[in-house]
Design a protein around this ligand. Structure first.
Ligand code: ZN
Length: 335
């Protein structure tokens, strides 16, 4: 069959082809497809009124929040998969597994020692502080975070109203599974052998550790942190690695909180509401009556929201203090 060169295809045709999934007969009209699509999008679009949402927060009783990497973006932390997802030519995700640690604990520790250093150098932003203040003001607010950077606890978020779904990069636990956990270890570097991962360098220069052409300094496994309890295991970062389950006790606590009664607001910050685990919690909260509010710079993260929900396009550090102002007042400037 003859096909016209792409440059000759009329714009309206190529556009409707690219949206064939929503081009059903139920939207039939004489207008060009893209116009109908826009009308549909507008009629179903989530609310964006800050004032309306402020009222909802003020009157809301049970509020659940789920936060992702976007919450810490304004603190300058590189995302886990940033820079093409490579760390010294290793897929960053391939270093975050028990198998990788078993195979080369020195390499995995260097990766985490570098991420620890970045997290400890970063400061909580106004988004972290706004959530922490809301938690102090609202008895029935629970915040779940996928971030392991420790910035929410450092912003003073009450521990009882915060669940670190993926653990904390500042915790060290025994790789042997003896149960030992060293919580909130602020040493940087975490041990002398990992000092190359904790160097500061001018912004215009690459840290030697991050240059794949600079050989990694040899690190003896004996010089890595060891478990003081069983005295046989290595300590490992207290984060949840790929292939590992989330803490079952914590998940049960979250489930119990969700089941305790109707939920007024489900806040999804800096992560896509349609992706696990946010999608699962969002659905559960919706079943208990929650209005969903997404805060994210990426408009795609609003996919699936109804006209009863809210979408605030922007950075959490700027948006959250405004949204909570009716409850927490104005944040101090130094925050
Ligand atoms: Zn141990």
């Amino acid at each position: 069959m003859h096909r016209a060169p792409r440059s000759l295809i009329p714009l309206s045709i190529s556009h409707s082809c690219s949206h064939s999934m929503v081009s059903s007969s139920s939207f039939a009209s004489r207008r060009p497809f893209w116009t109908r699509h826009t009308e549909y999008a507008q009629s179903m679009a989530p609310r964006t009124s800050v004032d309306e949402f402020k009222e909802l927060v003020s009157s809301g009783n049970r509020i659940l929040a789920l936060c992702g990497a976007g919450l810490s973006a304004a603190s300058g932390l590189p995302t886990f998969r940033g820079a093409g997802g490579l760390w010294r030519n290793h897929e960053a995700t391939s270093l975050a597994t028990p198998d990788a640690f078993e195979a080369d604990p020195s390499l995995v520790w260097l990766f985490y020692a570098w991420r620890r250093h970045m997290a400890l150098k970063a400061q909580p932003n106004r988004g972290h502080y706004a959530l922490a203040e809301l938690a102090k003001k609202k008895d029935n607010f629970l915040c779940l975070t996928q971030n392991v950077d420790g910035l929410s606890p450092r912003a003073g978020h009450p521990e009882s109203k915060l669940r670190l779904l993926h653990g904390s990069i500042l915790d060290n636990k025994c790789f042997n599974g003896c149960g030992y956990v060293d919580r909130n270890n602020l040493s940087d570097p975490v041990c002398p052998a990992l000092a190359p991962a904790a160097e500061d360098y001018p912004p215009d220069q690459t840290l030697p550790l991050l240059d794949p052409f600079v050989p990694i300094p040899p690190i003896n496994v004996a010089d890595l942190p060891h478990c003081p309890s069983c005295r046989t295991g290595l300590l490992r970062p207290g984060v949840v690695w790929f292939g590992e389950p989330l803490d079952s006790l914590m998940i049960m606590e979250v489930e119990n909180w969700i089941m305790r009664g109707p939920i007024d607001i489900m806040l999804v910050v800096g992560t896509a509401a349609t992706v696990y685990p946010a999608a699962g919690y969002t659905r559960k909260a919706q079943r208990r009556g929650a209005v969903v509010a997404v805060v994210n710079p990426d408009p795609d993260s609003a996919a699936g929201l109804s006209q009863n929900d809210f979408f605030f396009q922007g950075d959490a550090a700027q948006v959250l203090p405004q949204l909570f102002e009716g409850v927490i007042g104005k944040l101090d400037d130094e925050n």
